[in-house]
Design a protein around this ligand. Structure first.
Ligand SMILES: NC(=O)c1ccc[n+]([C@@H]2O[C@H](COP(=O)([O-])OP(=O)(O)OC[C@H]3O[C@@H](n4cnc5c(N)ncnc54)[C@H](OP(=O)(O)O)[C@@H]3O)[C@@H](O)[C@H]2O)c1
Length: 315
């Protein structure tokens, strides 16, 4: 009998690709969320205020049986916002779904993030056993709590970094929007960093249905040089860009001011300390654990850029 897999966040960037890869692998795919993802069968589930009982009802409505799986990609994402809402959705919602899955004997694959790793001097490449937490921004803070709880509950936890790919609504659009004329100000010198093609992440999810419980870093086979990668992608989009480095301290101070202003005006900050950290830290993930489990990422940034050049959009 085909394993059934329910995907949360299937209306989002990663979840849509994950659901498509599971379908291509011949699995019986359903979705859980606030909105359906046609044409898949769907059950209503809002992580905000979710209880274990409500989660169990949604899972039962999909007819999942012990041994089936839930892939939890939904989350409150973004580098600023209402901390309480992040806590309710990313911690409370994940906790309720985890408990309901455990009660029904369902396997759980949690889409976490490399942002859960503690900032600062850490081993490079960064293994899964590196310290987590110590964050102030609500996204990393709540994702690190959810990651730890999912690990403790025996889930498979995937930690991608800087996910990009077809129809990416996050990474490249934000970099494009941050240009001033043809200039892009980036904090500190260029760094080597891990990025994750969304199709590599989606294939990792398919593979991870058979992996032992625990955390796995998920990234492309090669890290990229930050400036070269950004410049190539923006140029391919028809946005030739000159990158100018600004000191990390100045970028952080500007981001603090921008966040404070946005708090007072209830708007979106133009830049955040989270974004500065993501762009300034040389985070290269050690993916050997996933590779030993069978992960074999085939998609690369260069290949993505070539397709962008041909198409002129991220789709
Ligand atoms: N993109 C990246 O660079 C990146 C990097 C590392 C890790 N991740 C992780 O990957 C996962 C997916 O991220 P993404 O980039 O695909 O984000 P996304 O495009 O913003 O999608 C977020 C998804 O979460 C759902 N969601 C949000 N709040 C919800 C709620 N209260 N109840 C039910 N569903 C809710 C959204 O559903 P609606 O359609 O109802 O809003 C949407 O389907 C997240 O767990 C994120 O932490 C992403």
């Amino acid at each position: 009998m085909t394993t059934a897999v329910a995907v949360t966040g299937a209306t989002g960037f990663c979840g849509r690709h994950i659901a498509a890869a599971l379908l291509s692998a011949g699995l019986d795919v359903a979705t859980l969320g606030r909105r359906p993802s046609e044409p898949l069968r769907h059950a209503e589930l809002d992580l905000d205020g979710l209880t274990q009982a409500a989660a169990a009802r949604s899972l039962a409505a999909l007819g999942l049986r012990p041994g089936d799986a839930v892939v939890h990609s939904a989350a409150a994402v973004g580098d600023s916002g209402d901390r309480a809402a992040f806590e309710r959705i990313n911690i409370g919602g994940t906790r309720a779904l985890l408990s309901a899955c455990s009660g029904l004997g369902l396997r759980f694959i949690h889409i976490s993030s490399a942002s859960v790793y503690a900032a600062g001097r850490t081993a490079q490449p960064l293994p899964e056993g590196s310290p987590l937490g110590g964050h102030r921004d609500p996204y990393s803070l709540t994702k690190s709590v959810a990651d730890a709880e999912a690990c403790a509950a025996g889930a498979v936890v995937l930690r991608p970094r800087a996910v990009y790919g077809p129809d990416d609504p996050h990474l490249l659009p934000r970099l494009a929007a941050a240009r001033r004329g043809s200039l892009l100000l980036l904090p500190g010198p260029s760094r080597g960093m891990s990025v994750t093609h969304v199709k590599n992440l989606a294939q990792a999810v398919v593979d991870a249905l058979d992996w032992p419980a625990g955390a796995y870093n998920i990234a492309d086979s090669e890290s990229v040089d930050r400036d070269a990668a950004v410049q190539a992608a923006l140029t391919a989009l028809g946005l030739p860009t000159r990158i100018v480095h600004i000191p990390i301290l100045l970028a952080t101070a500007t981001a603090s001011t921008s966040e404070a202003m946005s708090f007072m005006t209830s708007g979106h900050p133009r830049t955040t300390r989270y974004a500065v950290r993501q762009l300034a830290q040389p985070v290269v993930l050690d993916t050997s654990k996933a590779r030993h489990a069978g992960y074999d990422p085939e998609h690369t940034w260069n290949q993505f850029v070539q397709r962008l050049s041909a198409a002129g959009t991220t789709s």
